[in-house]
Design a protein. Structure first.
Length: 142
């Protein structure tokens, strides 16, 4: 395989991918061990929790980088579990919005306690200057 990327850029990218995969896998295991839903449920519930009047499906899909069809199936499961609901927003009558329920907030809090510990252990405890890492990644994110 040949590449025109400089070795430092390729190394940085490969490291980002490996770290993300390692932390996500560890978080999945820790959530399962705690009897909690998978990590993607946390990601969706977090986005719903941050929305003040609900959020449209496509906005959630963009926020967590998931296909709309995959997200629709996931939202159906979250609704069945009583963690999310579709509702109408009084200030925008164009359609339904997704919102977190009180049970969803409770589940999110329990999930975050587990996930936060994993992030602290697997990432935060290994990085000397997280602020600098955040700045570098923000620049790459555009």
């Amino acid at each position: 395989m040949s590449t025109t990327l400089d070795p430092a850029t390729l190394s940085a990218w490969n490291t980002i991918v490996r770290v993300q995969a390692r932390v996500a896998a560890r978080a999945e295991d820790a959530l399962a061990d705690a009897g909690l839903p998978p990590l993607v449920w946390h990601d969706v519930l977090r986005v719903l929790d941050e929305a003040t009047c609900g959020i449209r499906m496509f906005e959630v899909a963009e926020a967590i980088v998931m296909s709309r069809s995959g997200l629709t199936r996931l939202i159906d499961r979250l609704e069945e579990a009583g963690l999310a609901e579709r509702r109408h927003c009084p200030s925008d009558r164009r359609g339904s919005f997704l919102a977190i329920t009180d049970a969803g907030r409770e589940t999110l809090a329990r999930m975050w306690a587990v996930y936060e510990a994993v992030i602290r252990e697997e990432f935060g405890g290994r990085v000397d200057d997280a602020g600098q890492v955040a700045k570098l990644l923000a620049a790459a994110a555009g």
